[in-house]
Design a protein. Structure first.
Length: 148
């Protein structure tokens, strides 16, 4: 039995730990939920499973690191990580994401010159909209593209 629906998504624990951590993808997922109705990420439960591995343990420091990284990589996203113990004794993180009162965005370094990305979820598709800076602001005194 899967726990996933429109407001719940499961992620492997390695998404936020070790050398395989993918913080950018996690930030995008939180922005999707924040721009929708809110939701939760169950980190440490594999897709299609209802429980984490019985011997899985989560370091308490990971909760603070998760809260900090989401804050660094997103704008207008409120995420609260909580350590949970499943019926089989395995531990996982429940990351609760509130609906954002404004437009939530994820900060990215790619594509070049991009300042932020906005992700939204609908029942049909996930859309991505880049806010780019093609030329400098007139107030900055710097010339933009094609200007000298």
């Amino acid at each position: 039995m899967s726990l996933e629906d429109h407001q719940t998504d499961c992620k492997l624990l390695r998404t936020v730990s070790g050398k395989t951590a993918d913080w950018t993808a996690l930030a995008q997922d939180t922005v999707c939920f924040a721009n929708g109705a809110g939701g939760r990420l169950l980190i440490g439960i594999e897709d299609g499973q209802a429980l984490p591995p019985p011997d899985q343990r989560v370091e308490p420091e990971l909760l603070d690191r998760l809260r900090k990284r989401i804050g660094e990589l997103t704008v207008n996203v409120q995420a609260l990580p909580r350590l949970q113990c499943a019926a089989n004794g395995g531990e996982f993180i429940e990351l609760l994401i509130d609906r954002s009162p404004g437009v939530a965005t994820a900060r990215r370094a790619w594509p070049p010159r991009a300042t932020a990305a906005t992700f939204s979820v609908s029942a049909i598709a996930v859309s991505l909209c880049w806010a780019t800076t093609c030329c400098a602001s007139p107030m900055s005194g710097r010339a933009g593209r094609g200007r000298r």
